[in-house]
Design a protein around this ligand. Structure first.
Ligand SMILES: *Cc1c(COP(=O)(O)O)cnc(C)c1O
Length: 363
């Protein structure tokens, strides 16, 4: 059993994908045309915000979002170190200085306390990642703190398409929010894609310029630090066709996660809490002190697993000794013990039972 079956996903949605491809072929419009405009409007409406600006991928979305709020070289930006280095990569592209917050052990996300401390340490923007499909439980309080202290809040929603907390959607809390449509995400394209959403029209306008050479109008470059980072019409058309199916896929993912949490009984394994609509089960991540042994056991019975993520950002080789004095105990403990089990909408109930059985039989 694979960890994520893109082939099955495309096969199950072949009708929608074919419709999208046909539409673009017939229109002859391949860059920044009606499909991109249509999807931007539909996705903004889905999240419940004013505007959506699509870009080439999720990492570009983070970089352009940071630049849109004025982050430049040398500025401190706070984020967590357990979320795969994406936000940090965006900061490094700008020359910004990452300030790492430790995460809460249970939610594996930034807490309001850590955000307050980061702002005291001079952070000029905050990136909160809704990891594994779970909205950071403190997000509303974090948004209040950021507003009071006038520090822009950016949500990284690349793992949280469609997650809701108190009927507000992931992406509707921050000044800006970033999404990835990488094929394995809860809403995935047929290749790379990304988006920035925002309630603030002036930030959307800034992002629009930054995604296309810094143009204020054609051939007139007004914004520094700009890029060429566009979503193409084919991907926008595919996403437009798939968006109406997202909630049903999330429901299926949640159902799989609930079966796991109810069925896993091995005392050496710690299963995550799940249940609410704040969790869209992008990844189902357990903890165990004997990770290598469990991985090996599952591999032997034909079940793939993965680790999200093995190397915390502050310990990445790219930094050399720069963060050698920084300790993030929760982040470091999680990196040593987390293990991701297969969880995707096309899994059958029998697949889920097989995984539960195999984990419970491990000793
Ligand atoms: C996938 C992911 C990204 C990056 O998206 P790309 O489209 O691959 O650049 C950013 N943040 C998180 C949390 C992700 O999971």
């Amino acid at each position: 059993m694979v960890i994520n079956d893109i082939k099955a996903h495309i096969d199950c949605n072949a009708d929608a994908v074919d419709r999208a491809l046909q539409r673009v072929r017939k229109s002859g419009w391949v860059i920044l045309g009606p499909e991109v405009m249509g999807f931007e409007s539909a996705f903004a409406q889905y999240v419940g915000v004013e505007r959506c600006v699509t870009v080439a991928n999720g990492t570009d979305a983070l970089e352009i979002a940071l630049r849109s709020v004025g982050i430049g070289s040398g500025d401190r930006v706070a984020t967590v170190a357990n979320a795969g280095m994406y936000a940090t990569t965006a900061m490094l592209a700008i020359g910004a200085f990452p300030v790492f917050m430790d995460v809460d052990l249970e939610s594996r996300t930034a807490s309001s306390t850590s955000v307050r401390r980061a702002i005291d340490l001079g952070a000029r923007a905050i990136i909160v990642t809704h990891l594994y499909g779970k909205i950071a439980p403190d997000i509303a309080e974090i948004a209040d703190i950021c507003r009071q202290r006038q520090v822009p809040l950016i949500e990284d929603c690349a793992q949280a398409h469609g997650a809701r907390l108190d009927s507000r959607m992931a992406g509707a809390y921050g000044d800006l929010a970033c999404f990835s449509f990488y094929p394995t995400k809860n809403l995935g394209a047929l290749g790379d894609g990304g988006a920035i959403v925002t309630k603030r029209v002036e930030l959307a306008e800034a992002a629009l310029r930054l995604r296309q050479y810094g143009w204020s109008e054609k051939y007139k470059v007004a914004s520094p630090g700009a890029r060429n980072s566009r979503l193409d019409e084919i991907q926008a058309a595919v996403l437009m066709e798939l968006l109406p199916r997202l909630d049903a896929w999330n429901q299926r993912r949640r159902c799989i996660a609930e079966s796991y949490s109810a069925g896993l009984s091995n005392p050496a394994v710690c299963a995550p809490e799940c249940g609410g609509a704040d969790y869209v089960a992008h990844l189902y991540v357990i903890r165990t002190n004997e990770r290598d042994s469990l991985r090996e056991h599952l591999k032997r019975v034909g079940i793939s697993t993965d680790v999200h993520y093995p190397v915390p950002d502050h310990m990445q080789p790219v930094f050399g000794e720069r963060y050698s004095c920084l300790e993030l105990p929760n982040t470091e403990a999680l990196a040593k013990t987390v293990l991701t089990l297969p969880c995707y909408p096309e899994m059958t109930d029998a697949d889920v039972e097989r995984v539960i059985d195999a984990v419970n039989r491990w000793s």
